[in-house]
Design a binder for this molecule. Structure first.
Ligand code: NAP
Length: 281
């Protein structure tokens, strides 16, 4: 705390593009909390030192973004079960005994799936094998209400998909991107946890006609907000969930961890974020 003001922020490299301050500042103002939420540009070589200074600099905690999510878990003194299982943290909270690591991306993924009406059943097809895919796998395997018997992971590098399933103790069938039509057959949920579809990247366009009627397509990418994959899914009459729902959903528990109160519900942060994204579309 600095002069009675609670201090938090987002640490990344680069971090200039982060939309988190827009949302956190709107919540702070609406809640009448004297606090700040800052962008903290920290190079990988300076990450550990920056974390070591957080308490002395008056921070109650920070969000962690690319490329520090795995390092955040390493520098933490304690960690939640979810952060340990995923192998990455997107929140570091300053406590009396040191830094506590957590992973609220899982709350973001659940929020996005809940908004789309996901029932927690399968089969599901997950595209990707990086940090975001690991968080999705945690939600699909550990948090699914009824347990999903059939998880399929597709990745450009199938060995990485095999590795995350093994490390997380999840039974999954692994597919290459070339075999996407088999992987999607009869699936009730398709999740894109790769950077495909992001502005400047090739689109992810698997054969969504293979999905079950009424399936949900969830794309974690939010620049652009409507990716080619989501546009195609909407055209096909499927339900969709976008990356902004996940971004807002992961920020809610982080706000409460940093500022000691849940974010006010009467702020339309989605509209604010969409307006902030407008120039990037
Ligand atoms: P990451 O660890 O770097 O993983 C990247 C994934 O994308 C890997 O599976 C990689 O495949 C795949 N990939 C990258 N370029 C590809 C290409 N040209 N063709 C095929 N596959 C490609 O990244 P991450 O942290 O998991 O993030 C993944 C995505 O989730 C990003 O778009 C990120 O913005 C998004 N995300 C969104 C939120 C949110 O709140 N909405 C939060 C976190 C992440 P290989 O294994 O073969 O390299």
């Amino acid at each position: 705390m600095t002069g009675g003001r609670l201090r938090a922020g987002v640490m990344g490299w680069p971090v200039g593009h982060s939309l988190s301050p827009v949302m956190m500042t709107a919540w702070l103002q609406a809640a009448g909390i004297a606090g700040s939420y800052e962008k903290l540009a920290v190079e990988p070589s300076g990450f550990e030192a920056a974390c070591a200074r957080l308490k002395a600099d008056g921070f109650s905690g920070v969000n962690i973004t690319i490329p520090h999510k795995e390092a955040a878990l390493r520098v933490a003194d304690t960690a939640s079960d979810a952060a340990r299982a995923i192998g990455a943290a997107n929140v570091l909270r300053v406590t009396a005994t040191g830094l506590h690591a957590d992973n609220t991306d899982i709350a973001g993924i659940r929020a996005a799936l809940d908004e789309a009406g996901w029932q927690g059943d399968g089969p599901v097809a997950l595209v990707g094998a990086g940090g975001a895919a690991r968080a999705a796998l945690y939600v699909l395997d550990v948090l699914a209400s009824r347990g999903i018997g059939d998880i399929r992971i597709l990745n450009r590098t199938p060995e990485r998909a095999q590795k995350i399933a093994q490390e997380m103790g999840v039974t999954a069938r692994i597919f290459t991107m070339d075999d996407a039509s088999h992987a999607l057959e009869g699936a009730t949920l398709l999740v894109n946890a790769t950077s495909l579809g992001m502005a400047g990247q090739p689109a992810l366009m698997p054969a969504i006609s293979q999905l079950e009627g009424g399936a949900i397509v969830f794309d974690m990418v939010y620049v652009p907000l409507e990716t080619p994959l989501l546009a195609e899914a909407r055209k096909a009459g499927l339900k969709t969930a976008d990356g902004l729902s996940m971004l807002i959903g992961q920020a809610r528990p982080a706000f409460e961890a940093f500022f000691g109160a849940p974010p006010p519900v009467d702020v339309d942060v989605r509209a604010l974020m969409e307006a902030a994204l407008e120039p990037k579309r």
